[in-house]
Design a protein around this ligand. Structure first.
Ligand SMILES: Nc1nc2c(ncn2[C@@H]2O[C@H](COP(=O)(O)OP(=O)(O)OP(=O)(O)O)[C@@H](O)[C@H]2O)c(=O)[nH]1
Ligand SMILES: [Mg+2]
Ligand SMILES: [Zn+2]
Length: 344
């Protein structure tokens, strides 16, 4: 590879983006987004993208690839290899892309009151749905006597999911994770406030990022990190640190649910009735597995809750998309009849 090609690969450029490249256009990757500008990096160094001047770009996310025309006058966003999206916080249902073109999602949880299997299941569904490799990092292992059993419980949630137990402040304990990062690989840290995402980023060698103490009573963090940003790690690889997520609400993610809950769905296929609700029907294989102890009842509850949530949000999103399509259609019809009247 030429020097420029190597530097581009180090920024996370892959064959997927290469296939979308255009002559006379320079690829730049978005590292952070501020009110009116995005900070991006190309093989030649840092650059700023004035978002007010380039409104046509639409919503961009940290990790996005843009193509800048040689005169610097225009930008286009490349199609995303993967996107980590959730239902945006608040009453209204709309999808918010948290990070783009991520290869591995580091789901961070801590060995204290914050640890919750249903929460981990949510994040696993998110990762599996968007085709990103999930990995669970349990921090604050130094503060708990039951860290090993929490790690086993976390590993039972998805076949083959790696689980690492660490004191995130200790670079030696974080080293195996650091050594597993491939050059040009993009990782994103997600999890509640105060679990140690930024502490972990610092232990991985990220340039100094601020961390904050948690409250004594309930181990909750104080939302120290307030903006998403990506950094280049000294050993290669790119890392996106996210602000703590209060509540991860899923949108349409049926694929992710099917993957994470294959134990429930596999048994559901064996039920006598195809439309079994797994309550009290005769011949229900799911209830039989729960009674025999092969399937924890908690898994069925989690599956039901997530399935209902994604279906609700997906339905509202689809209705919105349909409304937007209808408005577009009416608008095009109106323009067409105006042109027809003008005899164009
Ligand atoms: N004992 C111990 N403390 C830790 C560990 N990881 C993080 N901490 C401490 O937990 C507090 C919160 O850490 P942060 O890294 O700021 O947490 P965060 O997840 O980035 O939080 P937000 O930015 O608010 O989302 C800091 O005081 C850290 O020193 C750990 O593994 N062991
Ligand atoms: Mg932080
Ligand atoms: Zn059933």
């Amino acid at each position: 590879m030429t020097d420029a090609a190597t530097r581009l690969a180090e920024l996370g450029w892959t064959a997927f983006e290469e296939a979308q490249g255009k002559p006379d256009h320079e690829p730049v990757r978005v590292f952070s987004i501020h009110r009116s500008e995005a900070l991006a990096r190309s093989v030649d160094g840092e650059c700023r993208v004035d978002l007010a001047m380039h409104r046509a770009l639409g919503a961009i996310a940290v990790g996005d690839w843009l193509l800048r025309s040689t005169d610097g006058d225009s930008y286009t966003r490349l199609e995303r290899r993967t996107e980590i999206a959730r239902k945006a916080a608040g009453e209204h249902v709309h999808k918010q892309v948290l990070s783009a073109n991520v290869d591995r999602l580091l789901i961070v949880s801590s060995c204290n009151q914050e640890f919750s299997l249903p929460r981990l299941e949510r994040y696993l569904v998110l990762a599996c749905d968007c085709g990103v490799e999930p990995e669970i990092i349990l921090t604050k292992a130094d503060l708990s006597d039951e860290a090993e059993s929490l790690a086993r419980a976390a590993a039972s949630l998805l076949d083959g999911v790696p689980v690492r137990l660490v004191d995130a402040r200790d670079a030696d304990q974080v080293r195996p994770l650091a050594e597993s990062i491939r050059p040009g690989e993009t990782l994103a840290l997600v999890g509640s406030s105060g679990v140690g995402k930024t502490t972990l980023a610092n232990a991985l060698g990220a340039p100094d990022l601020a961390t904050g103490a948690v409250r004594g009573i309930d181990d909750k963090g104080r939302h120290t990190t307030t903006a998403r940003s990506m950094v280049q790690l000294p050993g290669g690889g790119l890392l996106i640190d996210n602000p703590g997520i209060r509540e991860l609400q899923l949108t349409d993610c049926e694929r992710g649910i099917a993957k994470v809950f294959s134990d429930v769905l596999g048994r559901a296929e064996q039920c006598r009735f195809q439309d079994c609700s797994h309550e009290a029907e005769p011949g229900c294989a799911v209830q039989a597995a729960i009674e025999s102890g092969a399937l924890p009842a908690r898994r069925l509850d989690s599956f039901r809750a997530l399935e209902a949530e994604q279906a609700r949000n997906a339905e509202i999103l689809e209705a919105k998309r349909q409304r937007a399509r209808d408005i577009g259609h009416k608008y095009r019809k109106l323009n067409w009849s105006k042109r027809a009247r003008r005899g164009q």
